[in-house]
Design a protein around this ligand. Structure first.
Ligand code: HEC
Length: 172
């Protein structure tokens, strides 16, 4: 009985690998369309925008707990707060690379305003401030055991960075 099911598993594994390899071969083909062919998957601009939105979706998800703690809507769970902050530190590091020139195409594809590329130095400064405030928040959260004034001040600075950048550089 166990013999049969292990053979069965092996067969389905082999079949699965075959499907994956066949799929890769197909996608390799479809990635090299004749020059100028249309409709061959998302353009590099759209791919860059999708990955940018994914970064910000994760930033939003990982800031939610901290925002709720600030509002008094969630208890301060030190381990969960520290985990969110570590993730935000990592995600904030991806922002700089998430706005390549090719992704400068405006609405409706993206809410990133064209001003980002004309005011790049100011935008980059806002990214840097966000990273700096997250680093301070991380330090405070590792030293404080609860939603102390120091924690609230540091977390509010981060929340203001979200709003400040959205006000200037994200379409409503
Ligand atoms: C330096 C600028 C900047 C900072 C700082 C920033 N954002 Fe954004 N955010 C943007 C821009 C620009 C977009 C629009 C991206 C797009 O549509 O391509 C965006 C989009 C988003 C989105 C929508 C994602 C989607 O799928 O369309 C969420 C959610 C978000 N930000 C949350 C946050 C939170 C929470 C913070 C702070 C913890 C934050 N952002 C900090 C610039 C910023």
């Amino acid at each position: 009985m166990s013999r049969t099911s292990s053979t069965g598993r092996k067969i389905s594994l082999v079949a699965g690998v075959f499907v994956i390899v066949a799929g890769l071969a197909l996608s390799a083909q479809s990635q090299t369309p004749p020059a100028g062919a249309a409709g061959s998957g998302p353009s590099p601009a759209r791919q860059a925008i999708e990955s940018r939105k994914a970064v910000f979706t994760l930033i939003g998800n990982n800031f939610r707990l901290i925002g709720n703690v600030l509002k008094g809507a969630a208890p301060y769970d030190a381990a969960a707060v520290q985990k969110s902050i570590s993730r935000l530190v990592f995600l904030a590091d991806l922002i700089g690379d998430s706005f390549p020139e090719i992704s400068n195409i405006g609405e409706p594809d993206t809410k990133a305003k064209l001003d980002i590329w004309t005011n790049r130095a100011d935008f980059d400064k806002k990214v840097k401030e966000f990273q700096t405030h997250l680093a301070s928040l991380q330090q405070v959260a590792s030293a404080e055991a609860g939603p102390t004034d120091a924690f609230k001040t540091a977390a509010t600075a981060v929340a203001q960075d979200c709003k400040g950048c959205h006000d200037d550089y994200k379409a409503k």
